[in-house]
Write a protein that binds this ligand. Sequence first.
Ligand SMILES: Cc1ncc(COP(=O)(O)O)c(C=O)c1O
Length: 445
Amino acid sequence: MTTPAEETTLSDELEQSYVESTPRSRELAERARNVMPGGDTRSVTYFRPYPSYVESAHGAQLETVDGETLLDVLNNYTQSVLGHAPEPVVDDVCSRFRAGNGVAAPTEPAVALAEELVGRVPSVEQVRFCNSGTEATMNAIRAAMAWTENERICKITGGYHGTHDVVEVGVADDGREHTGIPRTAEQRVQTVSYNDTEQLKATFEAVGDELACLILEPILGVGGMIPATDEFLQTARDLTAETDTPLIFDEVMSFRLAPGGAQQRRGIEPDLTAFGKLIGGGLPVGAVGGRADLMAQFHPETGSVDHSGTFNANPATMAGGVATLRELDADAIETLNQQGADLRTRLQEIGDDADQPITITGEGSLFQIHFTDEPVRDLASSSAGNPASEQLFHEMRREGVFIAPRGMGNLSTPMTGSDLDQIATAFDRALESLGYSSHCKSLHT
Ligand SMILES: Cc1ncc(COP(=O)(O)O)c(C=O)c1O
């Protein structure tokens, strides 16, 4: 999910300074353009004039091929919650890989990771593994369709659940035509604005008995790191319970917010949960888990949903996931969440002093910078990915801080107090360079 490049503006000075400091990346980008469309193979990692290439990553730092050291406040879009190459995870992944990885048979690490998820998340009784968050939401929806024998799904405008057909509907509000999705997929989807309880009620009133599921993120991630209101989440739970419609929480990003995910933090139990990102220890992963009767749709003898995949429950991935969750215990999460809350307060204070309206949203260790002073509650009020975000991204990068080009950031456990100071200082200096503030405060505490 990116804002289309042609709609954004990048000042000549910023672009020139970026090009001058990234000669090796430019060479690689030119080579890449010959063999990959736009030199890119993951739309979200592309930015103009070309992305910089990373040579290595350790702890909270990235080393680029151009010899730059950047503080990584993007963390592979929240996946690297322990930072990069954490020793305990690397050790367990490598030893499992050495023990033989590509086998068409179950292995113990998958059982251990499933037990860990079931132990942490009360709504999860059974688990199935796959290879991405996309596959996780796809399989969750399939299980819900099989169980309800319905095909329509209700999702949030701006809700991002990966790249399979139905969930791509209603994601972007960028005015660009998105093709490659069958019209029939659009017809199956009912969209509702995030945090719009009345619209959700009206939708269930109209089509509640035709729905296979309601799928939502407990915090709207790509749409702008916007937490759901308690009222919205509770209404979602009540309406789905009344109509026997499976409620699917997409916790691909939000699982880092508590040992049992955002659902534990918010006190709402969904019927199915999609996992991804951090639960694979840095390797490709996804999982769907939930109520035993819904998950029974995947039973190889008695279920009706086929679910295969060469790399499902890949042993090294499973070992990496177990090691990651062992490290990401309740104390580690609490510390991260507190650091995130403190940082959002500091960024908001800096934003309040700027000549440009700025609102910081987020929860726990997740944050988003919006260029607005209106309340941010849904995709329509979010400014994630607007032209100013790309400028801010480049300015912060110049200060050695790497956030998402759409203005999103998140923390990792190896970050220190001085790393957090660096983020706040970079934000202040970036605003000043953009002409949004006339001063640069001393932010070191
Ligand atoms: C909430 C959410 N769901 C699903 C996905 C898709 O996961 P993947 O990129 O592993 O397919 C993402 C990816 O960013 C996500 O943020």
